[in-house]
Every structure is written in C-alpha cells, then in structure tokens.
Design a protein around this ligand. Structure first.
Ligand code: HEM
Length: 173
C-alpha cells in the first residue's frame, strides 16, 4: 500500500472508475490473492488458539502507540495508556466490537462473497465517521498492527495467510 497518497485522500473517498481502480482499492491496497482452502484452515486453527480479548487490546494499544491522536476518535483521552487504557470500558467496548468483526469473518471463510459484502458495509460505515484529520497512512498502521498482533506467535505459512486475509478485508473496506 502506498503511504504517499495525497493529503486530501479521505476515508470516505469512493472507488473511482479509472483503470487503476481495477487493481487498486479505495484504501490504496493492491487486490490481494484469493485465500487457498489450506490458508483458511490455518487461520481458523490460529484464531481458535488466540486469546481474543487480549489480542484486541494489544492491537489497539499498538495502533495508539503509532498514532496517539487517534484516541480522540475513539472517545479516549490522550493521556490514557497502559493498564488504565486496557481497563477502560470505552476502550474494551471497541476492542470487543473489533474482535467480533474478525470472529464473523473467520466463521464465514467458506463464504467469501459474504465476507466481502461485510467488509464493504464496514467500509461504508467508516466513511460516515468523518474522522478529523484522517491520514491515509492510518490504513497501513491498522494493517501492520493487526497482522503483527494476530500472528506473531505463528509459523511463517500462517503469518502469510493472516496477512492475505487482512489485506483482503482492507481492500474491500
Ligand atoms: C482493518 C481495518 C478496520 C476494521 C476491521 C475496523 C473495524 C471497526 C468496527 C467493527 C467498528 C465498530 C463500529 C461499527 O459498527 O461500524 C469501527 C469503528 C471505528 N473505526 Fe474502524 N476499523 C478498521 C480501520 C479503521 C481505520 C483505519 C480507522 C482510522 C482512524 C478507524 C477508525 C474507527 C473509528 C473512529 C470508529 C468509531 C469508534 C467509536 O464509535 O467510538 N477504523 N471500526
């Protein structure tokens, strides 16, 4: 994904009908390869052994370490970090919701059109958020923080499968 998109690039920019849009999604990601059945199984097994509540918090703690200013968009005060952040009810409500999204996706990996429709819907909901000073590199920050935390204890093949899944979701958002 290009992190050099123009500053005016907004979360709510729709996919254009230009030639480039055939392979580049709204979030500037290249269209990822389709997940193979073996990759889906690796993800399902990996997700089964994941401490989901912990990973949700780890992901958002990592995101806020990269972009502290985003805390405001999630109704959190900038000074909140560490244990205080991780035990805050607003923080937990969001990390739980976030994990529910992944739970849904992973339960429906055998129905890719449904997963894609869900990602598109999520993208549309984000488009209405009107996050102040939205920076295009937020997509890259989310992408890497999710991949890192969801797959860091996995073998290489599972890590690649996770990366492909996250790229696919973001591509369709
Ligand atoms: C893989 C990428 C992402 C996923 C899976 C995701 C998931 C979600 C989910 C499930 C919600 C709950 C709200 C709803 O029901 O629509 C949400 C809300 C939100 N997301 Fe995302 N998101 C992603 C990327 C981003 C990015 C890049 C930003 C940029 C700042 C962002 C900012 C927000 C904000 C501000 C909210 C509202 C929080 C609130 O209401 O307190 N998200 N997201």
């Amino acid at each position: 994904m290009s992190l050099n998109a123009p500053v005016d690039s907004k979360l709510n920019r729709r996919r254009s009908s230009s030639v480039a849009a055939v392979s580049i999604g709204r979030n500037n990601t290249m269209k990822p390869k389709r997940l193979a059945p073996r990759q889906c199984n690796l993800i399902i097994k990996s997700w089964g052994r994941t401490n989901k509540a912990k990973v949700g918090k780890d992901i958002f703690e990592a995101i806020f370490n990269e972009a502290e200013e985003l805390k405001a968009a999630f109704g959190l005060s900038l000074s909140m970090r560490g244990k205080r952040l991780r035990s805050d009810s607003t923080f937990i409500a969001h990390t739980d919701l976030f994990i529910d999204t992944f739970d849904f996706v992973i339960r429906h990996l055998d129905d890719l059109p449904l997963v894609i429709e869900n990602a598109e819907q999520l993208g549309r909901r984000h488009a209405t958020l009107n996050i102040e000073d939205f920076r295009p590199e937020y997509w890259g920050i989310f992408r890497e923080c999710i991949i890192e935390n969801v797959s860091n204890e996995e073998d290489r093949e599972t890590q690649i499968a996770w990366r492909q899944l996250i790229l696919m979701l973001i591509f369709h958002m």
